[in-house]
Ligand binder design. Structure first.
Ligand code: FAD
Length: 385
């Protein structure tokens, strides 16, 4: 995607259009064959390594990674199309999500040749999974106050500290860690660096944390003076803050920030088409669809900014703030307009889906940066703070 990321139905767009129908057909057939059941928030909790590998074989992962590193050298718009379809169908994509979304672009931008050759082919084949080691018990919103420390000697680095809420660390093949390498705690953004650390590791303890729905998809990760080679440093020493900000733009602006609950809307729309809809239900459906469409345009805009090499931090923050608010509003709107009964053990798949969505709702506006923090970034971007 060079000039514009806006989707079009003109003949030139036959690439993405043909791709979209291929992905749709694959997903419809997979659902019919019982390969997966559509779920809300599947990018966070739908872990299925075999499904990720199937996507990799079809060329739908690592799409924007150059072919020399095992990728497909496709455009960000083509990647966007695939991502959108996977999310809207509630496909189990959690295994590869973090790796494909932000680690591939980060390693491409900051990694050494050795790191690119080591990690990118596995990301593109859907067989190498990553975790993000940014947040700590006392450094969530205030990420610049991380206390994890990495000390260099002639044999490599020793990393000490604790990370928390680390999604997928128990199944990841590697974790990217933000740690202080220089200066003091009070230096904040200065003196931070990133490392790619292979997992499992004898000096790294991964302790599961259980969320409200009983699942343990994130963890506390303790680095007990973990030894890693000098080659684990990602990017330039001391440049960690800037690299993390670049990664967060990818993390915050993608379609998962407004499509986590789209499978619920689709299932409800299908039910209304079958059983008939009241005027109020039609209005609700129309309003939600219009909001999703506007968010899609915003997300595409951020994708094109990233592609042009710019850092659209405040636009990405805006997409996440509005998108995650929409995801939660959608659950409440469908619950009340649909007169659904939330039951995790219910016989009706829609009742089960609404129950699952309600349990996931609290995290939408937390993960990837809380909405209060995002609004601060937007205010700064607008020059009013
Ligand atoms: C499901 C889930 C998955 C996650 N996965 C990962 C992961 O894989 N890797 C990772 O590194 N992290 C992950 N996180 C962590 C996430 O990024 C943090 O939870 C988030 O940044 C908030 O930090 P905190 O939890 O420490 O809350 P705090 O920073 O303690 O915030 C508590 C409350 O205070 C508010 N607040 C704080 N500071 C301000 C301020 N200056 N102005 C106004 N309000 C403020 C916040 O908005 C929030 O409501 C995940 C979180 C969740 C919920």
């Amino acid at each position: 995607m060079t000039a514009t990321a806006t989707p079009s139905t003109s003949p030139e767009s036959s690439g993405p259009d043909a791709l979209r129908s291929d992905v749709r057909q694959f997903l419809t057939e997979s659902i019919e064959a019982g390969a997966f059941t559509p779920e809300t928030d599947s990018w966070m909790t739908g872990f299925d390594a075999a499904f990720s590998a199937r996507l990799g074989k079809r060329g739908w992962l690592g799409m924007t990674v150059p072919t020399e590193y095992g990728g497909r050298s496709r455009t960000p718009l083509e990647r966007f199309v695939v991502t959108e379809e996977l999310l809207a169908h509630g496909a189990p994509v959690a295994a590869h999500w973090i790796a494909d979304r932000q680690m591939a672009p980060s390693i491409l931008a900051n990694g050494t040749e050795e790191q690119k050759r080591r990690y990118l082919p596995g990301i593109a084949s859907g067989t190498t999974f990553f975790a993000i080691g940014m947040s700590e018990p006392d450094a969530g919103s205030d990420l610049a106050s991380v206390r994890a420390r990495a000390v260099h000697d002639s044999d490599g680095w020793t990393i000490t500290g604790t990370k928390v809420w680390t999604t997928g660390a128990h199944v990841a093949h590697a974790i990217v860690v933000l740690a202080r390498t220089d200066g003091e705690h009070g230096d904040r953004q200065k003196g931070l660096s990133q490392f790619v650390v292979d997992l499992p590791h004898p000096d790294i303890e991964v302790r599961p944390l259980r969320s409200i729905d009983g699942q343990a998809h994130f963890n506390e990760v303790v680095f007990h003076d973990a030894r890693v080679p000098s080659s684990a440093l990602l990017g330039a020493r001391g440049n960690g803050w800037s690299q993390v900000m670049g990664e967060l733009a990818y993390e915050r602006s993608g379609p998962e920030r407004y499509l986590s609950t789209m499978p619920l809307l689709r299932a409800w729309a299908a039910r209304l088409a079958e059983a008939g809809a009241t005027p109020d239900q039609r209005r609700t459906l129309g309003t939600l669809t219009a909001r999703a469409w506007a968010l899609r345009r915003m997300s595409l805009r951020v994708a094109s900014e990233l592609n042009a090499g710019r850092k659209p931090d405040f636009l990405a923050a805006m997409v996440k703030d509005l998108g995650s608010t929409f995801e939660a509003d959608l659950v409440e709107a469908v619950r009340s307009a649909g007169a659904l009964v939330a039951r995790r053990d219910g016989g009706d798949p829609l009742d089960r889906m609404i129950a699952q969505s309600i349990l996931h709702t609290p995290v939408f506006t937390l993960r990837g940066g809380t909405n209060e923090i995002l609004r601060g970034i937007v205010a700064r971007g607008l020059g009013v703070r």
